[in-house]
Design a protein around this ligand. Structure first.
Ligand SMILES: Cc1ncc(COP(=O)(O)O)c(C=O)c1O
Length: 436
């Protein structure tokens, strides 16, 4: 039996975009074992921000592997974790000074909620329509980007209330009052005012579905990821902050996908001038090694009593060493600045394409987190077109992903080391693929 045939023995539960068997990857390129090369604009779903196998990250992992592979956090302190705390403190918002580490985004999301519950003595949480927070039971209960992520897994934990996310293009209110949807979205939506209705809905939920003194947290992705790369107006995040302050609720920012420079700031919440009480991070933090973080103020963290949460591998020495090197690369190579600059190039080129192609309903995003919403002639989501375009792009050597409830948003998330020539080439391939 050839090695390739072993793929039949892997669980079908992984929905697969490609059948590529990868041999190696470097920078923005990924190489199949058939000798084909691909520009990787998926970044392993937003993980390899420093590019694949950045030499300094690889060197740090190699060095740490010879010193200490597994340092269990209940038993010892290890230096990579302490160095990581030191490095994170340089980049997190002022006031955030206490850290807990785990392995995946879902784990960290669940941990953040456990912390918020202990810190407030309350049980409930408000999340947003279209959110994705992970695959574990707790995280599934918080996830509404696609029904299939929850289907067949009931019962899920209760106490979760779903409010509308504020995003102009597909906003029911904007449609109802006949706003120029495309126009609103194209014109820097985070600077445009919000009609305020989504915030009113949150306030309503706080009084109708639960009570303010039962709600431990409002949990939000500062840019909706899996749900379709939706950028909310700043006033929405600012309004949520005000509600949290009014009722003593923890504002939790799920920066799993948006963190570590992805949106052109270190953390996406910086775009809105809002500081969350708890920040959840993963993906880009360690360039591909499993690591996630819950980051908050010490006075909040101190309410989490010893032994009430933990894990065998969380804050693994190898992953922490990779994260320290990752942060160093992001800063030294000015990758946050590059994300902002290259993001503008990417959005600019895609918006130009939109001018000549009515199937592109919307181009939106921040930094190198850009979504292209494909629609049919009636403006309805066109997943078939998105799928065909992805397949044709792949044949031409470009890897892309989709997102959105209806799978019709093509997402561009290249490594933050990408150059404008590479963006130009990728958009060219996308254009050809769209027309093929
Ligand atoms: C915003 C967000 N939160 C949480 C998660 C879950 O992370 P993980 O797959 O590492 O559990 C993801 C994964 O895509 C995500 O995008």
């Amino acid at each position: 039996m050839s090695l390739h045939e072993q793929t039949k023995h892997l669980s079908p539960v992984w929905a697969r975009y490609t059948t590529i068997v990868a041999d190696r990857a470097e920078g923005i390129m990924l190489y199949g074992d058939d000798g084909r090369a691909y520009m990787d604009f998926t970044c392993g779903i937003g993980v390899t921000n420093t590019g694949h196998c950045h030499p300094r990250v690889v060197a740090a992992i190699r060095e740490q592997a010879g010193l200490l592979l597994h340092g269990q956090a209940n038993i010892i302190y290890h230096k990579p974790m302490l160095r990581l705390v030191e490095a994170l403190r340089q980049v997190v918002p002022a006031g955030i000074d206490s850290f807990f580490f785990s392995n995946s985004g879902a784990e960290a999301v669940e941990a953040s909620l456990k912390l918020a519950r202990h810190a407030t003595g309350r049980t409930d949480v408000i999340v947003f329509d279209g959110s994705f927070h992970g695959r574990t039971s707790g995280a599934m209960a918080l996830t509404t980007s696609k029904g299939k992520y929850r289907s067949g897994y009931a019962p899920l934990p209760s106490g979760v209330h779903v409010a509308p996310y504020a995003g102009c293009y597909n906003c029911a209110i904007a449609k109802a009052v006949g706003r120029d949807r495309a126009g609103m979205s194209a014109a820097a939506p985070h600077e445009a005012g919000c009609c305020g209705n989504p915030l009113e809905r949150v306030e309503h939920i706080l009084h109708a579905n639960t009570t303010p003194h039962d709600v431990a947290a409002i949990l939000i992705e500062p840019v909706l990821g899996e749900g379709g790369y939706v950028v909310p107006p700043a006033s929405f995040l600012q309004g949520l902050r005000a509600l949290c302050d009014k009722y003593g609720i923890m504002l939790i920012a799920d920066e799993v996908q948006t963190g570590f420079g992805r949106t052109g700031k270190f953390f996406a919440m910086e775009h809105y001038g809002v500081t969350a009480d708890i920040i959840v991070a993963a993906k880009g933090i360690a360039s591909g090694l499993p690591l996630s973080a819950v980051m908050t103020r010490k006075e909040i963290m101190d309410k989490w009593h010893p032994g009430t949460h933990g894990g065998t591998y969380g804050g693994n020495a190898l992953a922490c060493a990779a994260a320290v090197a990752t942060l160093d690369v992001i800063i030294q190579e000015k990758l946050v600045q590059n994300s902002a600059a290259m993001g503008a190039v990417l959005k600019g080129e895609l918006s130009e394409l939109q001018q000549t192609d009515s199937r592109i309903g919307d181009v939106r995003g921040m930094g190198l987190m850009v979504g292209v919403e494909l629609v049919d002639k009636n403006g309805a989501p066109d997943a078939a077109l998105a799928n065909r375009t992805l397949a044709a792009s792949r044949e031409l050597g470009l890897l892309l992903l989709t997102c959105g409830t209806y799978d019709n948003v093509v997402r561009f998330i290249p490594p933050l080391v990408v150059t404008d020539a590479q963006i130009h080439e990728a958009v060219g391939i996308f254009r050809t693929a769209l027309n093929s």
